[in-house]
Design a binder for this molecule. Structure first.
Ligand code: AMP
Length: 279
């Protein structure tokens, strides 16, 4: 595996792949890597000749300075995991490489997608995500890019960006990997105590319970029931919504073709998100 720390090093490695006419799969991450990330890397390796993984904690997508400061950073362990899982080029850039002075990054009208759920509670978050992902796509020039459905709204936003800017690549959404308990794997879980990890399983239980009742209730009654489950646990609910899986519009009285429950909740100081497509 080649480790590229600068844009120039990435360019050299990328051009070698180009010369050989190899297809490139790309997995953007913020590091503190776990099995969920590795599933994306292995899928990319199965479908592409060369796999590029970026490890970069992007400051522009954090609206909470403490969250940015406390975000786990485990670069050496990340590099070892990436080697074991078939990554060809690991890109660990500095902020100055990603955002050099004078860089022009296109803006994308997110059509309100950035105003609901994660967007509503983390103002500016998706603008930061679009910015960094566009920049990485421009540097890496992947044929396919792999994103986890753990970040359901992020996948929708990135797909929207690719359509709006007519970018020549395919977005591959990948299923959420969970612990045996049902807790969605996340870098932020490193900040949870053992007790909190047990407490946090209520999110998965709520999603599963809601899925089991979908044929019997209106969306708004199901939302009420789900919110009650979280409220009765040690977690502090930020939002629980059922949305149309394509438009992200909240469902209230009636169901649409495909519905997804999205939850954000605090477990102690740690903000967790999860979702499940229930219809
Ligand atoms: P992050 O490092 O949290 O920005 O995540 C990098 C990529 O890995 C994103 O596309 C995430 O959706 C994906 N990812 C994170 N956790 C999981 C998981 N538990 N299962 C599948 N994909 C995940």
């Amino acid at each position: 595996m080649i480790i590229a720390n600068t844009v120039e090093q990435l360019e050299v490695a990328r051009q070698n792949a180009n010369k050989k006419g190899q297809t490139v799969g790309f997995v953007p991450t913020m590091g503190a890597l776990h099995e969920g990330h590795m599933a994306l890397v292995r899928r990319a390796k199965m479908e592409c000749d060369i796999v590029v993984v970026s490890v970069f904690v992007n400051p522009t997508q954090f609206n909470n300075p403490d969250d940015l400061k406390l975000y786990p950073r485990t670069a050496q362990k990340d590099a070892a995991l990436l080697t074991e899982n078939g990554c060809d080029i690991a890109f660990f850039p500095e902020v100055e490489d990603v955002y050099p002075k004078g860089i022009a990054i296109p803006t994308v009208d997110l059509g309100g997608m950035d105003k609901v759920m994660e967007g509503a509670f983390r103002p500016g978050h998706f603008n930061g995500v679009v910015q960094v992902v566009w920049r990485f796509f421009d540097l890496v020039k992947p044929n396919k890019a792999y994103f986890g459905l753990k970040d359901f709204q992020q996948v929708a936003v990135i797909q929207h960006m690719v359509r709006e800017l007519s970018l020549p690549l395919e977005i591959v959404p990948c299923p959420t990997l969970r612990e045996d308990s049902g807790l969605a794997m996340s870098s932020r879980n490193m900040r949870l105590s053992e007790q909190q990890k047990e407490d946090a399983v209520i999110i998965f239980r709520t999603l599963t319970k809601m899925k089991s009742l979908v044929s019997e209730t209106r969306p708004k009654d199901l939302v009420e029931m789900g919110a009650k489950m979280i409220d009765e646990s040690p977690l502090k609910l930020e939002y629980l919504q059922i949305v149309d899986s394509k438009t992200l519009e909240a469902l209230d009285e009636t169901w649409s073709d495909s519905a997804t429950v999205c939850i954000a909740a605090y477990c102690g100081e740690v903000r967790l998100i999860d979702n499940m497509t229930i219809l």
